[in-house]
Design a binder for this molecule. Structure first.
Ligand SMILES: Nc1ncnc2c1ncn2[C@@H]1O[C@H](COP(=O)(O)OP(=O)(O)OP(=O)(O)O)[C@@H](O)[C@H]1O
Ligand SMILES: [Mg+2]
Length: 230
């Protein structure tokens, strides 16, 4: 699969959810993004790059009457998506570094990096972002990267620390690294994960507070600023 390749008249949109830190919410964000775009009528492929296969488990639990999402076991056979795919969402494994990281970054147009509000996670994100920065220098990719907070509890001291940290990040050009949103810690994500659904497939009243925080992320992903220029 090549990022941005024209296939059957459609240009594939590739989004990688990435953070070397385990448990930062990669699978939660990837599955909910896949659900979001599928519900909006797009032809979506969800690529699980993690042998843990949590995204594939989520798809196995997905009811047949829900908008279809193609399952791609990227960790097993390499990444081949159906020809008609419009949006590819890739769920990365934790501890992705060095050559594997370079390969993944080359394959995508956009990276979403979720960070959990904890001192350990914030420091790990700092180190990982530095690694990405050095890598992008080496492989000369124009991949677009943005951060989001995840599992956030409103008003908690550490949430403010995370927000300040993510807000203050800059690109080597000196421009701000887009920091899009803080997703709440919510049981809705647990219920959704269990049933192969995204939070966008529950009654709006039950998930309105969570959906609201997705808007800056989904809006950015649909804006050309989140896609490399060539
Ligand atoms: N916003 C949230 N609110 C509540 N629970 C969440 C939220 N995000 C993630 N979780 C829960 O936290 C755990 C870790 O999330 P998830 O599996 O998405 O992380 P991951 O980065 O994919 O982990 P791994 O590195 O193991 O692949 C899961 O049990 C998930 O259901
Ligand atoms: Mg995962």
């Amino acid at each position: 699969m090549r990022a941005g390749t024209a296939l059957g008249g459609t240009v594939m949109r590739t989004i990688l959810v990435l953070n070397a830190k385990g448990g930062s919410g990669k699978t939660t964000v990837a599955t909910n993004l896949a659900g979001y775009f599928a519900c909006a009528g797009a032809k979506v492929a969800l690529v699980d790059l993690d042998p843990q296969a949590s995204s594939m488990d989520w798809l196995s639990a997905r009811p047949a009457d829900r908008p279809r999402i193609a399952a791609v076991e990227g960790f097993r056979k390499g990444v081949r998506v159906p020809r008609s795919t419009e949006i590819v969402v890739m769920d990365a494994p934790s501890r992705t570094h060095d050559d594997r990281l370079a390969t993944l970054v080359r394959r995508t147009q956009t990276i979403i990096l979720p960070v959990v509000p904890s001192p350990i996670d914030i420091r790990a994100a700092q180190r990982f972002l530095q690694e990405l920065r050095e890598l992008r220098h080496v492989i000369k990719t124009d991949v677009k990267l943005a951060t989001i907070g995840n599992r956030v509890r409103e008003g908690a001291f550490i949430t403010n620390n995370l927000e300040d940290y993510l807000f203050g990040l800059t690109l080597p050009s000196g421009r701000k690294l887009p920091f899009l949103t803080l997703l709440r810690s919510s049981a809705n994500y647990i219920h959704a994960a269990e049933r192969g659904l995204s939070i966008f497939e529950f009654a709006p009243i039950a998930t309105a507070a969570d959906r609201e925080y997705w808007q800056p992320l989904t809006r950015w992903l649909q804006n050309k600023r989140s896609v490399p220029e060539n």
